[in-house]
Design a protein around this ligand. Structure first.
Ligand SMILES: Nc1ncnc2c1ncn2[C@@H]1O[C@H](COP(=O)(O)OP(=O)(O)OP(=O)(O)O)[C@@H](O)[C@H]1O
Ligand SMILES: [Mg+2]
Length: 408
């Protein structure tokens, strides 16, 4: 049977070989141990069979001997004890003669042949089955070694039979490959995030530095307007660092929420109020559709404000003048749902699938517009830290963000 192969980068066979073959400690391999165990079992079984056969054969000879002695003694009229003595004096023993003929004659050779076959066939079977069992594990061990040494592209390549199988070995190999794929994805994400952070920080720092140098060299005047611009860049930098810190804390499960019981309508009214001036400035109608009864929630009002602020900020940015934004609160037995729906163009299909990724932002949302693409990633982490859910979808009027939280 052809077993799995380990593939390293670009699907080539693993360059490094560890364990059995490499160290030369053949007798410490799973395969060798399995072969020895199976072979030992076969040997033991064969010995047992021969022991039983030998006992049966001896019993058969003894009874034949007694029977023939009785017949002969009756025929010659001699009592059996005397006949036995006569035979012994003549040096004849029926069973000894028989045994001699069996070990020296044709039957003896046949017996030896049978013994050989009895040992050889199971030995071959033991070798084949130990190879079949041990091979996937050996391959798995090599792939795991590659993985631990930092090669995240290492996989165990499965042949068709293993692909189809659903037994423990096949599942183990498939799960290993899945785990390796997840690790590879995480590693790629980590590298991408590091590169993105470096990029995001570099831009405002470069701008700040350039302008400060201009002021120092007298190329730019240190006017209040110029200083305001510099402060704006410093604020952007500060927001980015704060968002990053919050995001990493939330993703690591280390974010401490300052939970309290409060009425969710109060929070929604506060956010709505804070954005009213901006909405009016853009000629956008901001409507709050809140359930009448006070709805209590147990959460961190500051973090929930941050989420709603980002969602509302996004909606205002995408809604054209004279459009509308609706904030709606609904409740059922256990949950409350907040929907923020705008009348803009809606999420692009790319944004629908990627908007929760760190640093994802639409191409028109440049760095100078103040967006880093962390808003929805952070919102998701904060809502999940509250045990809730956040979803994006397009409604008939535009984009809609739905936040679901448990009730207090
Ligand atoms: N209401 C909306 N309508 C259409 N697209 C949206 C809407 N809200 C978000 N998006 C898309 O999702 C992207 C990610 O949003 P997110 O809030 O994470 O980042 P951002 O607003 O660009 O930057 P930041 O929130 O960090 O200031 C946006 O760049 C935009 O492409
Ligand atoms: Mg945003």
């Amino acid at each position: 049977m052809k077993g799995p192969r380990v593939t390293g980068p670009q699907g080539t066979a693993a360059p490094q070989q560890r364990g059995v073959e490499k160290s030369g400690r053949v007798w410490h391999s799973i395969r060798a141990e399995l072969t020895l165990t199976l072979w030992g079992l076969v040997l033991l079984t064969a010995l047992m069979v021969f022991l039983v056969l030998a006992i049966m054969f001896d019993a058969y000879l003894t009874s034949t001997h007694q029977h023939s002695t009785e017949i002969l003694s009756r025929r010659f009229g001699i009592p059996p004890q005397q006949f036995e003595q006569v035979l012994q004096e003549a040096g004849i023993r029926a069973d000894a003669a028989l045994k001699l003929s069996l070990t020296r004659g044709e039957e003896g050779r046949f017996f030896l042949f049978l013994l050989g076959v009895t040992l050889l066939l199971p030995s071959l079977l033991a070798w084949w089955s130990s190879r079949r069992f041990a091979r996937p594990l050996t391959q798995l061990s090599r792939a795991a070694h590659l993985l631990t040494s930092g090669d995240f592209s290492a996989r165990v390549s499965l042949n068709k039979s293993l692909e189809r199988r659903e037994d423990e070995t096949a599942l183990l190999l498939k799960d290993f490959n899945q785990m390796a794929a997840s690790l590879e994805r995480l590693e790629q994400e980590r590298r991408y995030t590091l590169a993105a952070i470096a990029h995001e920080l570099r831009t405002p720092v470069t701008v700040l530095r350039g302008r400060l140098e201009g002021v120092r060299d007298g190329v730019l005047a240190a006017s209040p307007g110029e200083l305001e611009k510099l402060l704006g860049h410093a604020d952007l930098l500060g927001k980015l660092i704060e968002d990053l810190q919050l995001l990493s804390l939330a993703e690591a499960g280390e974010l401490r929420l300052e939970r309290q019981h409060f009425v969710v309508q109060d929070l929604l009214k506060r956010v709505g109020g804070d954005f009213t001036a901006k909405a009016e400035g853009q000629h956008i109608g901001l409507h709050l559709d809140l359930a009448l009864e006070p709805v209590w929630v147990n959460g961190d009002p500051q973090r929930l404000y941050q989420v709603l602020g980002n969602v509302l900020g996004n909606a205002l940015r995408h809604t054209p003048p004279h459009g509308n934004i609706r904030i709606q609160l609904r409740v059922d037995a256990q949950h409350l749902t907040i929907e923020v729906e705008d009348s803009g163009p809606g999420f692009t299909s790319e944004a629908l699938s990627r908007a929760f990724e760190r640093f994802y932002r639409s191409p028109d949302r440049g760095r100078q517009s103040g967006g880093s693409g962390l808003g929805l990633a952070l919102s998701k982490s904060l809502i999940e830290a509250h045990g809730g859910q956040i979803e994006l979808f397009n409604s008939p009027s535009g984009a809609c963000v739905r936040i679901t939280l448990g009730m207090a």
